[in-house]
Design a binder for this molecule. Structure first.
Ligand code: AMP
Ligand code: GLY
Length: 451
């Protein structure tokens, strides 16, 4: 089978590597792709991920049998509808369902209507009313979200009244994100560990994948600006079996049913961004696609054939699939360009990788790389997702960082603490990273060591 993957990041590289493992996959193409994807054996074509007509024409030219649409914008624009109209099998939701990510107002109203737990909120398309509301609430941080897609930058956690007022004015009056910010959602600030759960669904059955934890801020200890994601671990140790059962009952199934009831059946990968609050798990956001860099730690843990799963979803027979996950843990450390998420240089040579852009002992998912005369150079903010597995979280973290140390490019920036917050939630007596954790564990379990 010939497969085309739409997109160009680390997520797409992780998808391609998993799809390539399937005996059903004879040839794989990517548009627009990147240097690492190309070096790994997928032929790349320079058609923009949002170019619907161009992508349909490419799929016809290549005579592919399955098109996997990975990024949010082509999904929200209706690329899957256009491909299906031409007879292609696809993976990804249609436009009517992708709105669950495309409009925060839609998703918040959906959750309210169907009783799915989320932060309390109000919607405004007039800055005066929004400002009056924030002032009346007078609780900070205030959470202000652009309604539409904003390259992951549409959420402002305003620490003061001034920050909140400025954000509202910039978004509604200044159209900071164009029409995406003409309407804003102002919502209650929630606290608790965050969990990402990606789920396969064909609209009838929902199969959550292994859980994960993203690290969104640029610097260690969750400082600095929000980014697309600086690293991930899976599974997320805060997400216990008990919590997963509660999420299935109160969030996952109700969401799938709500979308069906609205005539917007969701088929593909639905991403639940959750916060485990003291009042139970709540939805922070839905995405209509695989997360990036969550996919980089989820798919390496998948035991089984991703092509089979995607075809089963297309044919609405996901219930027949037995989807299994590896034992152990996986960590992805993102190596970014110095300056990211603001401005950064491009074209810097990357050393330490083999001719396929890989490294023994790790899986390297390329995000912003380019092949120039056979050499790999940087070509984006997030450059590489350096990923490794281990029997324990601690081992996976150590393996990923051991690989990071072997790779270099000028001014490479990465967080040193990917997985540390997750480690604090683990109480494996054989795997203590912190002496304090071990002492707490011993005390809580009534274990005393004779001095
Ligand atoms: P997003 O860009 O939608 O992924 O949101 C970015 C981050 O903002 C999330 O990962 C959360 O850490 C934070 N966030 C979003 N909504 C809330 C909320 N209601 N309360 C607290 N934090 C939030
Ligand atoms: N890692 C967050 C996202 O994919 O939106």
């Amino acid at each position: 089978m010939k497969i085309l993957v739409v997109g160009s990041g680390g997520r797409e590289h992780a998808l391609i590597r998993k799809l390539m493992q399937s005996p059903k996959c004879d040839k794989i193409y990517c548009a627009p792709g990147n240097g690492g994807i190309e070096a790994d054996g997928a032929e790349c074509f320079s058609v923009a991920a949002t170019d619907i007509d161009g992508m349909v024409a490419l799929a016809k030219k290549l005579e592919v049998e399955l098109v996997v649409v990975a990024p949010d914008d082509p999904l929200v624009l209706g690329m899957v509808d256009a491909l299906q109209a031409e007879g292609f099998k696809t993976f990804g939701p249609k436009k009517a369902a992708a709105i669950i990510e495309g409009s925060k107002v839609f998703s918040k109203n959906l959750m309210k209507k169907y009783g799915i737990p989320t932060a309390a909120y109000e919607v405004f398309d007039n800055s005066k009313d929004a400002i009056a509301y924030v002032k009346k609430q007078n609780t900070y941080p205030a959470v202000i979200k652009a309604d539409g897609l904003a390259l992951g930058k549409g959420v402002i956690l305003a620490q003061t009244e001034k920050e909140a007022v400025d954000a509202i004015k910039e978004m509604i009056d200044g159209r900071k994100f164009g029409d995406s910010s003409a309407t804003v959602v102002v919502e209650e600030y929630l606290t608790g560990p965050e969990v990402s759960v990606l789920a396969f669904t064909d609209g009838k059955t929902v199969v959550p994948m292994i859980s994960s934890m993203d690290h969104k801020r640029a610097y260690d200890n969750d400082e600095g600006l929000n980014t697309g994601g600086m690293g991930t671990v899976s599974p997320n140790p805060y997400y216990t079996r008990e919590i997963s059962e509660e999420c299935m009952e109160k969030i996952f199934l109700p969401t799938i049913n709500a979308m069906n009831a609205e005539g917007r059946t969701f088929e593909g990968c639905l991403y639940f961004g959750l916060m485990l609050t003291s009042k139970g798990p709540k939805v922070i956001e839905y995405n209509c696609r695989f997360g990036d860099p969550e996919t980089q730690v989820v798919l390496p843990m998948l035991e089984g054939d991703l092509v089979d799963i995607m075809l089963a979803i297309y044919d609405h027979r996901l219930a027949d699939m037995d989807i299994k996950w590896s034992f152990g843990s996986c960590t992805c450390v993102v190596m970014a360009s110095g300056g990211y998420p603001l401005s950064y240089p491009k074209g810097l040579e990357i050393t330490g990788l083999d001719e396929k852009g890989q490294l023994e002992g790790a899986e390297i998912f390329h995000a912003g790389t380019k092949l120039v005369n056979g050499k790999l150079v940087t070509n984006g903010g997030r450059v590489l997702g350096v990923t490794a597995k281990g029997n324990t979280l601690n081992e996976a973290i150590n393996n990923a960082y051991a690989a990071v140390k072997k790779i270099s490019f000028e001014n490479a920036h990465y967080r040193r603490d990917i997985g540390q917050k997750a480690l604090k939630a683990t109480f494996d007596p054989f795997d203590f990273e912190y002496k304090q954790d071990l002492e707490d564990y011993l005390e809580e379990n009534g274990i005393y060591i004779r001095q």
